[in-house]
Design a protein around this ligand. Sequence first.
Ligand code: GDP
Ligand code: MG
Length: 737
Amino acid sequence: MGVRIALAGNPNCGKTTLFNVLTGSNQRVGNWPGVTVEKKEGRLKNSQDAVIVDLPGIYSLSPYTLEEVVARNYLIGERPDVILNIVDGTNLERNLYLTTQLIEIGIPVVIAINMMDIVRKNGDKIDIRQLSADIGCDIFEISALKGDGIWEAAEAAVKAAEGKKSAHSYYFSGCVEHAIAHIEEAAVHDLPEEQQRWYAIKIFERDSKVLEELDLPEEKLRHIEKDIVAAEGELDDDAESIITNERYVYITGITKKSYKRKNNGLTVTDKIDRIVTNRWLALPIFAAVMFLVYFLSIGSVGSFTVTFMNDALFGSFAETYPGTFMEGWYSIPELLDLALLNEDGSLRVADWLYSLIQDGIVGGVGAVLGFVPQMFVLFLLLSLLEDCGYMARVAFIMDKIFRKFGLSGKSFIPMLIATGCGVPGIMASRTIEQDRDRKMTVITTGFMPCGAKMPIVSLIAGALFGGSALVATSAYFIGVAAVIVTGIILKKTKPFAGDPAPFVMELPAYHAPVAGNIFRATWERGWSFIKRAGTVIFAASVIIWVLNSLSFEGGFHYITEDFGGASILAMIGGAISWLFIPLGFGTWQAAVATILGLMAKEEVVGVFGALSTLGGGELTLSTMELYGIEFFGGNALAGFSFMMFNLLCAPCFSAMGAIKREMNNGKWTAFAIGYMCVFAYIASFCVYQIGSLFDGVFYWYEPITSAIAFLIMGVVAYLMFRKNPYSENELTVKTSK
Ligand code: GDP
Ligand code: MG
């Protein structure tokens, strides 16, 4: 096997960007930590047999976060031939902290200082010759984004691996070195020489994973502990902090010599951040940005896809003839008789087949596909915001808000990802260390309006609100509000109480979006949407058509036109629609749409497409208005309530599967899904019932139902604002021994 190069560095230092260029592959570049949780492998371009591994971003080699564990296990366990340490040049001191640890592992290290384009623009200077002499390994200045210097760095890495030149390490203060020497002697003597120092330092830090791995005899441990305690006594600090401090002292020393910061005041990024992350302006700006995003995407109702499908597929259907479906049993010749060619070359098809294709498939799949152009505009805009660096600021802003009720900004990242699709969003919650916060994030991530929910929003906005972008923006913030309300309520219950973990995140400098990244991220999100239209949605459409074309009434038979409610589907929908009467949308179609939304949220729109008397047609604002009248009696409030319920209730099956995987526990999965359904029901109920007080129509029961709604809101408010009975829980400090 050839040379294995591991890319290691802090989150957001540009590892994945570099990995993509070096290997010519297409990994997702993210502007926040946690995007690369698994390691990814690729072959170095222009080289016979060098393999590059993209590790998740880490700040240190302590075993606390999932990223650290993945990266550390790889570096220590599988020992790559060389580490290419990516260092963010705009944040040299912080990044070198990891470097001090990497050079102890005993694997050759080559350092690539990235983001040099920004460093140079800021007018800062790094004396790499000095730095290289101090740290003791080759250093290159690169810009992964611009492609500067990257091949030299990669080549040097390959060379360093073959040369097996181990980097020399620096020294801690006397008493620490003394203890480490003793530990090396006593505990790790049998390990290969180049690995001894790393293990000794970890033992000194009382690193639980290493102690477990080495499984030292009791007596040795006691002996070692004496050395550690001695050093701790002399420096009046605990062992782990001693090491951390000494690393920083060392880094400060070497960067003072080699790093010249030009003091030219604020950079452009600082100036933008002053406004964008301003205490008072941050949220209004974020709201305005999201409004603009939805205005541009939802406002551009794309009708061309459906029209195109219609013409392409059915332009040649000249006429139909009365088919044989369900009128008797098929014979093979009859089956072959489904479509006949007319003399003029046009097709004649059985009328049931025509209906299946036209009403069922074009109606269902077409309705979903009709939203694809919007979806791409939406995904494109979200990718732009991500790539230029704005979304990283949003996580930072949200951290401040989330912290108030006990979640960290780390929980917002899965939610941001979930605006594309809930499944990777839920999976991204893995990076959250505390079990309770991770569970909470898994429960709440499904509230965010994912791509598949956007057609619902878009349809309701078009059908009942004249296509207003405010409806779509409200959908986004309803999701955020649901997360926050849930967070506040659950944080005051026993399983979730406790302070959030600190959230560290580099805010990358703003940069012009890179076409490749944007295209990749947009396509990745959009393509899965199209794929589902061809699979899940297609299958669901056929099933719906079948169920809607068969009836038990007056004997089992095929019905050609059923919009009156005699079909099996209408029966099923009718059997549960009463559940939704208090929410304002008690029609069987809405019930069917809601249930089938569990297969895939787009299918909600697909159902309307397939069930509409309009058949599969062009999706314009005026046809959508007809949908609104057909399914909601033109009642905008009912439509809004329907949208809210479908946004917040149990997510689709794939997302439920993801919840189950992440929870890894049946009870918690059931709780998550049950919680979402109850929350959605209550929210829609309150909005509809209280809203209908203002609709100018009065029914005798309205005082009762709205009184119930107010009562429920009171209970929710109590749960939110009561004193936290568990707030003191976290004061007990965990000790390591
Ligand atoms: P990772 O977390 O280390 O994998 O970092 P990514 O590769 O995902 O990059 C994080 C952000 O930094 C992205 O927005 C990149 O476009 C940006 N970035 C990466 N390399 C450079 C660079 O050399 N210069 C500039 N200006 N930005 C970069
Ligand atoms: Mg990455």
